[in-house]
Design a protein around this ligand. Structure first.
Ligand code: ZN
Length: 314
């Protein structure tokens, strides 16, 4: 059964010190680039769909593309995941549509309300054999709005709250704020991941899988290509890959990567346009873009340590 929940994946990832890559699906080429890399590296996979992707491509198209990926790769365990579900109804819809994992993100609500809505989603999802990820804390660059060390700590996930949250909701995994941030402009200065905070949460919740959002590295080679070929991305900066590897060896079992996919595709398309000004066949620039995504994802699977781990997660 290649379409699976993340239960076994996270058990193996936790035990054997790696993280599974969760890549965002927005169109066919991106999905194919991801799946080709996964198939060659024999890695477990989480394919996820965000609200923006749903609005852009429609859920039915994205689901159809993911279903083909699942069908054509019977040896690869694949999770289909809703990224940042904003309320119970959205999560319910994705459970009903056959996704194997949903995220309820009520992290902007007060703690008690976050617990309540997460608990409701967990109840419905578990009744239908689906797993749930929730979020606690505020994602953002450590350096943002910082005047002192105490301020940094305030934005990060509180380890004691994490324990209470997990116990009261019965959630399967938890996205934590440990210094990562969404997008390509995460940090103003050298980024830092709060490894101590991961350790503190891990110590209080042994065996429980954690998730890192906003974990693209904003790879220099792509930013440079974009800037070289007419783009303008000054000061784009991400989470260093060495820190991602370190976290992957700890309780972090799922690492979300979206921005790096976008950068790889955009850099390659810009290069083709600059070098072949007469090109107007979309296959001639989307194709190379897909190849760039494949190469980038293959590299990431080694950063996360999940290359070659497909079989043990089945
Ligand atoms: Zn996210």
């Amino acid at each position: 059964m290649p379409l699976v929940t993340s239960k076994k994946m996270f058990q193996m990832a936790y035990k054997n010190g790696y993280a599974v890559g969760a890549f965002n699906v927005n169109n066919m080429e991106i999905t194919q680039g991801i799946i080709q890399a996964i198939a060659e590296e024999k890695a477990p996979l989480i394919l996820q769909v965000s609200r923006g992707a749903r609005e852009y491509a429609s859920n039915s198209y994205l689901t159809a593309i993911m279903n083909v990926a699942v069908k054509e790769n019977p040896d690869i365990p694949i999770v289909t995941h809703l990224d940042h579900g904003d309320n119970f109804e959205t999560c319910k819809q994705f459970v009903d549509d056959g996704f194997t994992s949903v995220m309820i993100d009520a992290s902007k609500m007060p703690f008690a309300e976050n617990i309540k809505v997460t608990k409701d989603v967990v109840k419905y999802a578990h009744d239908h054999g689906v797993v749930v990820e929730a979020e606690l804390g505020q994602l953002g660059g450590i350096e943002e709005d910082v005047v002192g060390v105490d301020d940094v700590a305030k934005h990060l996930t509180d380890p004691n709250q994490a324990v209470e949250f997990v116990e009261k909701t019965g959630v399967d995994s938890l996205a934590v704020a440990v210094g990562t941030s969404h997008g390509a402009y995460k940090f103003k200065t050298e980024p830092k991941l709060a490894i101590d905070r991961i350790q503190e949460i891990q110590d209080k919740l042994p065996g429980f899988p954690l998730v890192m959002h906003g974990s693209s590295s904003v790879l220099r080679e792509f930013v440079d290509l974009i800037n070289k070929y007419g783009g303008k991305m000054p000061n784009a900066m991400g989470v260093p890959e060495s820190a991602i590897t370190q976290a992957s060896k700890m309780a972090v079992c799922k690492v979300n990567i979206d921005t790096d996919l976008r950068l790889a595709l955009t850099a390659k398309i810009r290069q083709v346009f600059a070098e072949k000004a007469g090109e107007f066949d979309p296959r001639k620039y989307l194709g190379p873009g897909r190849d760039a995504i494949k190469a980038m994802v293959k590299h990431k699977l080694h950063v996360l340590g999940c290359a070659g781990k497909a079989a043990e997660c089945l």
